[in-house]
Write a new protein. Structure first.
Length: 371
């Protein structure tokens, strides 16, 4: 009962972040700097390419934008607005709002995670315990699928949608052809971010477990999908997950300040330490990269060379070089209190242009980063 109450407090994650900030003011720790440590914020090098590195547009959307996903051709971007029970549709040709979709059919659903599979968009309705299926041609909800308790993040691949249920510690697997839930897989405590890896070495789903500080690995080979091996220990309060195109590395955004062996918050030269964990899937070894404050969302560039990480408390996006697994710099979004969360990167078909779309939860806007 007590554990359930603790989980429910996460429903408004802004309060959790404030809680961590209060703890930071009370207790301090220390950590030595390594090669992946960025300099203090006031001395940071601003990232300057290659790739998107400049804020080129800001798009007003509905209340509390949370998740972002792009269609395969890059022509549309869909944004969940958790405070308005709506999904905003953005046309990437001119970065204009092309429409708004009500979801779910009852109020108070709080849409959060979002993923695209073929001609459909799938949206996790956190308080409604459903996943809405939207047809991209008409931008209409065709049905709502019942899932577990407090669905949060989604990933889609190969005709299946994978849903993390924050309460209940499960991943539900939806078969897109039938709209049926075909598997319910138990993972770690408080599953959040999720990503699919398909490579010659196998097909896996990686799930960040917020309260366990671990990542679960699911073998998604049919006919039986199941968790394999022990969970992999990462940083503090993991959320966003992304996988390199070759499946070699899994990047995990650890949303809470790191702690030392005594359980105290870690500082470096007076600056709180936040990290992204990098899992080498060859041997499950884990390295860390320093990023901005409260990293949450994470996405890989289309060419697989860079990871972009939203920093909820820093109002910035950190850029990580995938080739040498190192921090490269910071893109400042320029909006105090914007609270960037969800992120998607897409290449616009026929143009070669690559844009990064960032949902700013606190200012009801999406930032567009280009070259």
């Amino acid at each position: 009962m007590v554990h359930s109450i603790i989980k429910e407090r996460y429903l408004n994650h802004s309060r959790i972040f404030v809680f961590f900030c209060m703890i930071i003011l009370i207790v301090t720790g220390c950590e030595s700097r390594d090669s992946n440590t960025p300099p203090p914020v006031d001395e940071q090098i601003i990232f300057g390419g290659p790739g998107p590195d400049t804020v080129i547009d800001t798009i007003s959307v509905s209340d509390a934008p949370w998740g972002v996903a792009a269609t395969p051709d890059g022509s549309k971007v869909y944004v969940t607005n958790s405070g308005a029970d709506e999904v905003t549709v953005i046309s990437t040709s001119d970065n204009s709002v092309a429409g708004t979709i009500d979801t779910p059919n009852v109020s108070g659903g709080s849409p959060r995670g979002i993923a695209v599979s073929g001609n459909y968009v799938y949206v996790a309705n956190y308080f409604d315990n459903t996943v809405s299926k939207i047809y991209t041609t008409t931008n209409l909800v065709v049905l709502d699928i019942d899932v577990g308790s407090k669905p949060q993040y989604l990933a889609a691949s190969g005709g299946y949608v994978y849903v993390t249920n924050f309460i209940g510690d499960t991943v539900y697997v939806i078969e897109t052809a039938t709209n049926d839930v075909i598997e319910m897989i138990t993972v770690g405590d408080g599953p959040t971010g999720i990503a699919v890896s398909v490579s010659p070495d196998g097909s896996y789903v990686y799930v960040a477990n917020y309260f366990d500080d671990t990542v679960s690995r699911i073998d998604i080979t049919l006919p039986m999908m199941s968790v394999i091996d022990d969970p992999i220990t990462v940083g503090n309060a993991p959320k966003g997950v992304a996988v390199t195109p070759d499946g070699r590395y899994v990047y995990v955004a650890n949303s809470a300040q790191e702690k030392n062996d005594d359980g105290n918050p870690v500082y470096d030269d007076g600056n709180p330490v936040y990290t992204v964990s990098v899992i080498d899937t060859d041997d499950d070894s884990v390295s860390t990269i320093r990023v901005g404050k409260t990293p949450s969302g994470i996405a890989v560039s289309p060419d697989g060379t860079h990871m972009y990480v939203t920093n909820w408390s820093s109002e910035s996006v950190s850029v990580i070089n995938v080739n040498d697994v190192s921090y490269e710099g910071e893109i400042l979004l320029g909006y105090e209190g914007s609270k960037p969360l969800g992120i998607a990167i897409t290449e616009i078909a026929g143009t070669g242009a690559v844009y990064v779309y960032v949902a700013n939860e606190n200012i009801d806007a999406v930032t567009v980063i280009g070259e």
